[in-house]
Design a protein around this ligand. Structure first.
Ligand code: C2E
Ligand code: CA
Ligand code: CA
Length: 683
């Protein structure tokens, strides 16, 4: 999946739970506030109705007093007499215009410093009672004046003995005295009547019931929301385990690895640590699946996952990439870089060895590529930075590039990444991408390197060597692309092209009546193993029509270790068609005299390596060359010495009766026109 896609999934799944939590908290706060407001209003409503009643009483008192005073009573007399009218004692307090108390009955007085308010839609002027409200806190003069704790306590008081439920409910649990101002004789006086605010147990029960009712109503959506949030959180966990699940191994998948490995690398306490990103690859996994079945293949991957899971510590991680490739992020301890690398190698080696043991009766083997991730330190290594920019995918690509170096090899291999490796691989890719177009555009050109007779000093032959004159890169020598062509199989197309080119050139020489020089062409070992090669070459040459004897085919000595039967057959057929065949690079690598015995070759090309080395080595080389030449002569073979750069070598070879010499001593490979000039000069 693309990294943008992964980011989108990550966001989506992070987003899911937060809105739910936010809504839950918001709703919770709203519920508590609503509950408090409702309860407050309800309590105020109960209180308010009571206060309204008290106000009516106070108005009555005021009316009676006023009437009595209208009848001629003084204020005191009217207060005395009032008892008869309302058949009860009412404490009153009267203030004159200057707010001096002119009359006060009862044993307490209004506390004018403490005004009370009741939210009942009407303004009452009420003040606290000096006795009742002494405990009331400064500043808490409204609803808080009602002693909530008392209410709670008294409401739960158990029923008394012999008391009925109705009596119990009717019991007064709160009593709060206060003074209520009533309109009295206009502006002359201010009348305050002492009232008692009482709450029966049933009032409190109503408050409780109301509170519970509101609470219950609010709790339903609250619970639903809560359940939804929990469900979302659980779903998110499930989703994350699904998003990060590798369905083949049952473990974590690559997306998890990328995220988690990055997190590990970014941890501040990991700043100074060295890590290694390992690409672990099970070789020939597809073959394993084909032979043992898909299920067995999957089970093997599952077993690998389980094994790695047990070997990877907390500050490390791993996951399957694809196929049978795993990525591991491991920590590397050690005093210095070398030690850390060595420790890492040892650890990976033992992992590979143990993994091989997962299937004791089946041969499985692994390769590993490792990219070391040193700390990001500044120049004097005093300050270590967080690896915020670490690109796990890129690091894995490097580990993979290192691993690819041992692709296809039989034994267990561990390769560390270096940047040359990447350069090489990039080059290989460039070659692979461009080779076909290059062939089509005729970017491959024939260069000819002359072969001279040491006896006569005359130019007697040539070897065709390819040069890639790339339109974009310029001249590229064969060592840079031939091995790649051999690996990809493209070499057969190049060989065909070279044979055709040489045949065409020979045909042109014939038409131009030039001196006919035999030219040898290299045929790769991959090509030589093909059946019907002789006919094929014949067709290529005959398309231009030069004489077959003028063309020699060089096959490298190492090809003779391949399927000898086909080789011998091809050589015989080529010879039957009149071509000459030579054994190239004789003496480079491991020579086998047997191949000389079995294959009827025309030419033996002695490798330049014989003549290299120190004085002692060169002396011994000379002995071998002498014997090789003798052997070739006895076998009726022509001998060509290659890579000859010095006069002494030429003289020695001449003495030994070597037929031809090809080397920089005489000439380097050159373009055809230059070669043609050389032939003319030589004539
Ligand atoms: P080779 O077939 O052994 O070709 C001889 C190589 O030795 C040539 O390298 C040549 O330039 C070099 N050489 C010749 N004389 C001297 C000398 O005195 N000193 C030194 N140091 N080197 C000398 P070149 O052209 O780079 O080719 C390298 C190899 O690439 C060839 O080795 C051959 O194996 C392969 N090759 C070249 N052209 C073709 C081709 O058209 N087809 C195939 N299949 N392989 C080719
Ligand atoms: Ca050659
Ligand atoms: Ca050679």
């Amino acid at each position: 999946m693309s990294s943008a896609g992964e980011k989108r999934i990550g966001k989506l799944y992070r987003k899911r739970v937060w809105p739910s939590i936010f809504i839950l908290v918001f709703f919770g706060v709203a519920c508590v506030a609503t509950f408090a407001v409702f309860l407050y209003l309800f309590v105020m409503c109960i209180m308010g109705t009571k206060v309204v009643g008290h106000y009516e009483d106070a108005q009555q008192v005021s009316g009676i007093l006023s009437a009595l005073m209208d009848g001629g009573d003084t204020l005191e007399e009217a207060a005395e007499e009032m008892h008869d009218y309302i058949l009860a004692d009412r404490d009153i307090c009267v203030l004159d215009r200057d707010r001096n108390i002119v009359l006060l009955t009862g044993d307490s007085e209004p506390d004018f410093g403490m005004r009370l308010q009741f939210a009942v839609g009407r303004d009452f002027t009420a003040v606290a009672d000096s006795k009742s409200f002494i405990a009331a806190d400064e500043g808490l003069r409204t609803i808080q004046a009602i002693p909530v704790r008392d209410i709670v306590g008294s409401v739960f008081e158990p029923m008394g003995r012999g008391e009925t439920r109705a009596q119990w409910l009717d019991e007064t649990v709160i009593r709060q005295d206060y003074w209520l101002r009533a309109p009295f004789r206009d502006q002359e006086y201010a009348l305050y009547v002492k009232c008692s605010l009482q709450a029966q147990r049933q009032d409190i029960v109503y408050v409780y019931l109301f509170g519970f009712g509101v609470m219950a109503l609010l709790m339903i959506p609250m619970i639903l929301l809560f359940v939804n949030t929990i469900r979302t959180a659980l779903m998110q966990r499930k989703m994350s385990s699904l998003i990060y699940l590798d369905t083949v191994t049952g473990g974590r998948n690559w997306m998890y690895f990328q995220n988690y490995a990055h997190r590990i690398l970014c941890r501040i306490w990991n700043n100074k640590k060295t890590f290694a990103l390992v690409n672990l690859h099970l070789e020939r996994y597809q073959n394993y699946r084909a032979c043992y079945g898909v299920k067995a293949g999957d089970e093997l991957l599952e077993a690998m996952n389980g094994f790695l899971n047990a070997r990877v510590s907390k500050n490390e991680t791993f996951a399957r990439y694809e196929g049978a490739d795993f990525g591991l992020l491991l920590t590397c301890a050690g005093e210095n870089d070398e030690e850390r690398q060595e420790n890492c190698r040892k650890r990976v080696r033992s992992l590979l060895a143990e993994l091989t043991g997962l299937r004791p009766n089946q041969k499985i083997h692994f390769h590993a590529g490792i990219d070391m991730i040193p700390p990001y330190a500044d120049q004097d290594s005093k300050w270590y930075h967080r690896r915020k920019d670490a690109d796990v995918e890129q690091l894995y690509t490097y580990a993979n590039a290192a691993r690819l170096e041992s692709d296809g090899m039989e034994e267990q291999r561990i390769t560390f990444f270096d940047h040359d490796m990447l350069g090489r691989q990039k080059w290989e890719r460039w070659v692979e991408d461009n080779m076909e177009a290059a062939l089509h555009n005729e970017e491959f050109q024939v260069y000819l390197q002359p072969k001279y007779s040491p006896a006569s000093g005359k130019l007697v032959g040539a070897e065709a060597l390819v040069r890639w004159i790339s339109l974009s890169t310029g001249l590229i020598t064969p060592s840079h692309f031939i091995p790649i062509f051999e690996r990809t199989g493209f070499i057969t197309q190049l060989d065909d092209y070279m044979i055709s080119r040489v045949a065409k050139m020979q045909a042109e020489w014939m038409i131009q009546r030039r001196k006919m020089i035999p030219v040898s062409v290299n045929v790769s070992r991959a090509h030589f193993a093909q059946e019907g090669l002789a006919e094929h070459i014949c067709e290529l040459v005959d398309a231009y029509g030069p004489s077959h004897e003028l063309i020699e085919l060089e096959v490298t000595e190492s090809a003779f270790f391949d399927d000898k039967e086909i080789l011998v057959e091809t050589v015989k057929q080529l010879k039957a068609y009149g071509f000459r065949v030579s054994m190239d690079d004789f003496g480079a690598g491991y020579s086998s005299l047997n191949s000389l015995k079995d294959i009827p070759l025309d030419v033996l090309k002695l490798d330049g390596e014989f003549f290299q080395g120190d004085e002692e080595g060169a002396k011994r080389g000379e002995i071998v060359v002498r014997e090789a030449i003798r052997l070739a002569r006895d076998l009726d073979m022509c001998v060509v010495a290659e890579g000859i750069e010095k006069k002494e070598q030429v003289d020695f070879l001449a003495r030994q009766g070597c037929d031809m010499i090809q080397g920089f001593y005489y000439a380097k490979p050159m373009p055809v026109e230059e070669f043609e000039k050389k032939v003319e000069e030589d004539a």
